[in-house]
Write a protein of this length. Structure first.
Length: 330
């Protein structure tokens, strides 16, 4: 009996020692991090909003923290190629994924994903939000969102809305618009956003939801008409354009977003160091000004807050995909 008691005390002692050593090791790991190059993988092409946002943060961290960071573009499969690339790497904080709204819808759109975004990745921080603007070709008679809804209801399936591809924020916003208003229109996906914008300008398609940056000049020149912004208050870059709330559609407040995640198992101390540094970067006047130029708003916050946001977005867009009956082409 005494021997068994001694063994129990011995093993409990070893367990407590291991836990203590692990707790002591975490700060040590964080102190030496990063000792090499950090790679941030973006599931979109160079020059796209996620790429621009990521590079703004990477440049600021390089200047303020002295970190060496490379941004790698790996577009395709609604962000799952980029996610898979990060999951191939060690859980050490040196491979970071730029996680977006579109990626949060991928579990509902793709049946063959071999991982889960909400469990195989650990949240670091929400970096930005950017609301959409609803734009239409000037040939469309509607001068407001309410008028567009009335027009679509009077001509079901006659008008088209475009996007830069299946599962992109523009596509998902358009589907939520259809569901919330009960209108019927045909989605026309393109391989790239510039093609979609070009065919919207030339009248091939009729309307589109899009983050403002690519269309601000087109709106100013009259080549596209802005009907509403999907924000709770008016945007500084489009101060003359009413919000969806003003138009009577508060359920259509939709924000694109981007944040950073790492592979699950990455030490909490490293996640904490990344979170602290990026929060500091987001508070810098230069970063806020750079975001404002592309109609984006800095976010920030804790890893837990971003994790809760990811879960809520996966649930929300899964319902939209299901209710809209969206099917990805085989």
């Amino acid at each position: 009996m005494a021997t068994q008691t001694f063994r129990g005390i011995y093993w409990w002692g070893r367990l407590l020692l291991a836990v203590s050593l692990g707790a002591m090791a975490q700060p040590a790991v964080a102190q030496s991090y990063p000792s090499g190059m950090i790679r941030i993988v973006v599931g979109g092409g160079a020059g796209a909003p996620p790429d621009i946002i990521t590079r703004i943060i990477a440049n600021e961290l390089g200047q303020s923290e002295g970190w060496r960071i490379v941004v790698e573009n790996k577009p395709g499969a609604i962000g799952t190629l980029a996610a898979g690339e990060v999951l191939k790497q060690p859980a050490d904080g040196y491979s970071i994924l730029a996680f977006t709204l579109g990626a949060s819808a991928s579990p509902a759109l793709l049946s063959n994903i071999a991982f889960r975004h909400d469990t195989d990745f650990a949240p670091v921080i929400k970096v930005m939000t950017a609301h959409h603007v609803l734009v239409a070709n000037p040939s469309v008679s509607a001068k407001s969102m309410a008028e567009l809804v009335a027009l679509l209801k009077s001509q079901p399936d006659k008008l088209t809305f475009s996007s830069g591809g299946m599962g992109t924020p523009a596509h998902l916003a358009g589907e939520q618009f259809r569901l919330q208003t009960g209108v019927r229109a045909t989605h026309v996906p393109y391989r790239a956003l510039p093609q979609a914008i070009g065919d919207l300008v030339n009248g091939t398609n009729h309307y589109q939801f899009i983050t403002p940056l690519p269309v601000l000049d087109l709106i100013a020149s009259g080549k596209l008409r802005a009907l509403a912004v999907t924000a709770p208050t008016r945007m500084a870059a489009l101060k003359d354009v009413p919000t969806v709330v003003e138009e009577g559609f508060p359920e259509l407040i939709i924000a694109d977003w981007l944040g950073f995640v790492v592979k699950s198992g990455t030490p909490d101390a490293i996640i904490g160091k990344l979170n602290e540094a990026i929060n500091k970067a987001l508070a810098k006047a230069s970063v806020r000004e750079a975001f404002a130029k592309i109609a984006a708003e800095p976010a920030g916050g804790t890893p837990g807050e971003f994790g809760a946001h990811i879960k809520s977005q996966i649930a929300h867009w899964s319902k939209v995909v299901k209710d809209a009956g969206i099917k990805m082409p085989e």
